[in-house]
Design a protein around this ligand. Sequence first.
Ligand SMILES: *[C@@H]1O[C@H](CO)[C@@H](O)[C@H](O)[C@H]1NC(C)=O
Length: 736
Amino acid sequence: MEKHDYLPLFETTPVKGRLLFRLYAASVFLGICFICAFRVSHFPTEGKVERWGWIGLFVAELWFSFYGFLTIVVRWNPVSRRTFKGRLSHRYEKNLPGVDIFICTADPTAEPPSLVINTALSLMAYDYPPEKLNIYLSDDGGSELTFYAMLEASRFCKIWLPFCRKFKVEPRSPAAYFGSAVEPLDDPLNYKEWLSVRESFEDMMMRIHTTTKLGKISEDIRKQHKGFREWDVVSSRRDHQTILQILIDGRDPGAVDIQGEHLPTLVYLAREKKPQYHHNFKAGAMNALIRVSSKISNCPFIMNVDYDMYSNNSECVRDAMCFFMDEEKGHEIAYIQHPQHFHNLKKNDIYASSLLVEHEVELPGMDGNGGPCYIGSGCFHRRDALCGKKYSKELKLNWEEVNDKTKIEESAIVLEETCKVLASCTYEQNKQWGKEMGLKYGFPVEDIITGLSIQCKGWRSVYTNPERKGFAGLGPTTLLQSLIQQKRWSEGHLQIVLSKYCPLLHGHKKIPLKLQLSYCPFNMWAANGLPTLYIVVVPALCLLRGISLFPKISSPWVTPFVYVAFAHRAYSLGEFLWFGGTLKGWCNLQRIWVFKRTTSYLFGFFDTILKLLGLSEQAFALTAKVADEDVSERYEQEVMEFGASSPMFSIIATLALLNLLCLMGSTLKTVIIKDTNMAEVFDQFGLQILSCCLLVIINLPVYQALFFRRDNGRLPPSTTYQSMVTALLACAIAVC
Ligand SMILES: *[C@@H]1O[C@H](CO)[C@@H](O)[C@H](O)[C@H]1NC(C)=O
């Protein structure tokens, strides 16, 4: 058959509503031009404070306009993708290529083994020929508890995989499935089987919980697998030899489930750690896995997830193959990125963790502009591209040969011994790993740079967001976790801009300009910190002092300000609701918008500058995702969690109080002290009063946490006093 006779395996369609969006963008642009004209033509002629206040605000507005321009570039050409799995199966069922699946975990306490194996089981149960799946776990915690849990999973999968096929289970993480599934009472024949599998699962979880609680492996269990002997010589999680155990060898004819079907390969790896060698965090773990897997299964495709991201859609691998195996465009595609959905979010998402807009608008927009970035998890890679090869037509794979070519002959025992060296501390010395090969080192968001470099080598990438979400992970459940995560991201992104990997430099002439620009809004998150701080603080203080920064309500100049502010927020609300958010969820998003910009981004900004000047060291802050009961209860009820003292909370509280004080102060001033006309004051300061009011409304939960709550999640009294004093001081300075 000739090539052009084929129907494509996937289809790309422009997202509807582009024209409406472009009209909106043009009108906002016009509004901004008027605002600039006003700022220039009405520049205050007297008063030093007036002038500087004005200039500062103008600079902030210019920054936001520029940033807004970048977000419009991202949204200009969104596309959506659809796959045809029937055609794939029809053409290639016999020749489907293998996939190596990587799971990364780093700490058995913060990342419980029971969660890790549910992720592993969900991935093993993909609707894909099992002998072509290879699951690798990288355990940077080097924990025998995690190893033990994996051993349990290697047994349980023998009943879990047939069960998934029989009952068409979805999602295929047993914990997620049994957590929400209803007993099949109307099916008496299979009811018993269903119950017995659930019981086996619960028994297994019980054993794992007991062992995890105990903190060590009992003698009985120790005898069950030779792998435990490795821990006899482990001195600590930061100092141990490579531990590599092939728990299931998929090539072994004896590796079958209870129905006699093949099992996927399952491998446990804890790479070598020595205190004197830098381990490069997750990037280091991924690179070790890339090398080890190349000797054990060497599949042409690699998928990676974090420990908590189970598969929510058993057809994802087939979906990915529709992209990679498409006869016309498939060979150009280096990676296929899924969004990161979280299954523990509540309806109104108080910490705005869902990243709804990023997933539904910005990533499809990047895809339309040339390809999404790589976001570190839930991504299918082409091994060649990830290993640093440049795109070329010669790399096109022949599906009939791929599986024969990648056959490995050595036995599991031999492989375990020979591959250890690939995960040793010294293996990467004088090699290109972390530079030109694999994931890049030296940045907190190494995934973004890795993706960008792949694109710059001529490869395409694809964003896919299927109806049934591909993966489900855990989002942060306290405010501080969320802010710290944002700080790390924003800092990492800013470091990219200031490095040789800045998309505008690194991507110059290699990727389209619109794609270079699409990276920038993410990269420049941290730069929003100062301008946001300015517009939260200065207009309020000026209101108190009696300096007007905006046009009078009665002046025609007020129109562009009102229009831009209103249209911008209305558009954002519309976008949010359209993609399934709630009104309350949107309000929460606005609140978090202010919080994270005035804390995470600000800290991220200053930390990056300090590092640049060589004044501070890089540290990688893990976000613990298991909370104690008290905290989770408040999370269930969507009550904002403070409950700790942190400079971030001090800032949030101070800004909230400052706006409240300024609003109250200026009201008092007009009502009592100066016997002025209210209407006149409102005319003069209308927009400033409005912005103050909005900020006060946004901060209502902060006042509650400062003054009214009695539970452990409120703001600590020390923070309350501290922020009170700071806010009062600022107001006093403004008035004098
Ligand atoms: C998993 O898929 C189901 C079915 O589409 C969906 O309802 C659910 O929200 C998904 N889970 C997550 C966390 O996205």
